[in-house]
Design a protein around this ligand. Structure first.
Ligand SMILES: [Mg+2]
Length: 432
């Protein structure tokens, strides 16, 4: 599978999809992973035409199907920034075979500046915090350009992570304290879909992915908690356990040494279980705690129907597409792809790309796991250096627990002769 060059302006529906080498019989995990990414996009598309409409508007004109027009003048089934950013994140994980935060920001920038992976070919819907973080990132890339002798933007965009890490005063994390919008939650799913086999890493990296654009601990922790729910759903945990007020406590080891923010814990303990929904304070607003609560309320009250839950999320009003996209990530993982595609698959824009991308996340995530297993086996087989003259194998690149390639990640100035030549990207756009 090859994601297009950002300058090619190829629309998502025209991207050629090549399926990964998976077995023909689909596993339950694969079903759920596809369900999560497709669920995100379906929720986004359902809410797109009424984004920003208040609750009263939705009471007067309730949404019952995908429809065009409205806020953005899209066709029925087309999706907005939630799905575009999720696809940027997914394309980074698949292309880089690891969590590369710099590359993720580059892809978000491509979407913002060039309409990369947008359903219309342009960035038409962007949150203010995400926008200011991406502007800051563009500014900061000048530090890299200077360090690498005024290299062209394309070269800087394609720098390998170890070359970015050499530049000590550069930091791709552009979020700041107090930024607690729902931007990182709407695009989250690819991280748990890629890393579900290592729940603690999935939770940690979900937080890292949020911090790139939104620095408030509530935004980071809402993403950590939601990633844990998605991982648990992929693993087949029943709904009553996902929604159990002890979920956080019973999965506490996934969260490492950093406890969740009390506002997120309050949600995890069931603050969303309000029979009256909107009338009891459930809101589809931009604040991430509101979004988390509203998405979980929709899941809790959906009577085991994805359609019910997605429509109820949209019909809360306000940030309709994002509330439903967040609902769709978890509910899609829980109900599985077949159940949700049956109803809305035909109308969803670029559905083949979404399915194919999810399958690649599943496949590439399994390769990370098997590489890690091989390294562990190698380690166990390695003789004790104190009692032997054998040298450790150098054929496998060292990879740390989070999947970062740590080889050459030293803070030393690189040999200029090894710098990527102008116009010759050293990374990206390479696929197996
Ligand atoms: Mg949106």
């Amino acid at each position: 599978m090859q994601f297009p060059h950002p300058d090619s302006r190829i629309l998502p529906a025209n991207i050629k999809c090549v399926n990964p080498p998976l077995h023909n019989s689909k596993s339950d995990e694969q079903e759920r992973i596809v369900g999560s990414l497709v669920g995100l996009a379906i929720g986004d598309a359902l809410g797109a035409s009424v984004e920003f409409r208040p609750r009263q508007y939705l009471l007067d004109h309730p949404i019952s199907d995908m429809q065009g027009g409205g806020t953005w003048g899209l066709d029925a089934g087309q999706w907005t920034d939630d799905t575009s950013m999720a696809l940027c994140l997914a394309s980074s994980l698949i292309t880089q075979h690891q969590f590369n935060p710099y590359d993720q920001m580059v892809r978000y920038k491509w979407w913002y500046k060039k309409g990369f992976l947008s359903s219309t070919g342009q960035c038409f819907d962007i949150g203010s915090t995400t926008r200011s973080s991406l502007e800051k990132f563009c500014e900061r890339q000048n530090i890299l350009k200077q360090y690498y002798k005024n290299a062209k933007e394309e070269v800087i965009d394609n720098l390998p992570l170890e070359d970015v890490r050499r530049v000590q005063n550069f930091n791709e994390c552009c979020g700041e304290a107090g930024e607690a919008g729902n931007g990182p939650l709407m695009r989250l799913a690819p991280v748990p879909l890629f890393y579900f086999r290592q729940p603690d890493i999935a939770v940690q990296l979900a937080g890292e992915s949020a911090r790139l654009t939104h620095g408030d601990v509530k935004a980071v922790d809402a993403c950590r908690y939601y990633a844990a729910l998605i991982v648990a759903a992929i693993s087949g945990e029943p709904k009553k356990d996902l929604l159990h007020e002890q979920f956080y406590e019973s999965h506490r080891k996934w969260f490492g040494s950093e406890p969740l923010h009390p506002d997120v814990v309050r949600v995890a303990q069931g603050s969303y279980k309000k029979q009256g929904g909107y009338n009891e304070g459930i809101r589809g607003k931009n604040y991430i705690i509101n979004t988390l609560e509203a998405a979980l309320w929709a899941f809790w009250s959906d009577e085991n129907s994805f359609e019910n839950g997605a429509l109820n999320a949209v019909n809360l009003g306000d940030d309709t597409d994002t509330t439903a996209a967040v609902y769709g990530q978890l509910a899609g993982a829980y109900y599985g792809a077949s159940a949700i595609l049956r109803h809305w698959g035909k109308k969803l824009y670029a559905v083949n790309l979404l399915v194919c991308t999810a399958e690649w996340l599943y496949y590439e995530g399994s390769r990370i796991q098997s590489n890690r297993n091989q390294q562990q086996q190698q380690k166990q087989r390695m003789p004790n250096p104190q009692s032997s003259t054998h040298q450790p194998s150098t054929t496998t690149k060292p990879v740390d627990r989070m999947g970062y390639n740590t080889q050459n990640a030293k803070n030393t100035r690189p040999d200029p002769s090894k710098l990527p030549a102008a116009g010759m990207p050293s990374g990206g756009f390479k696929y197996d």
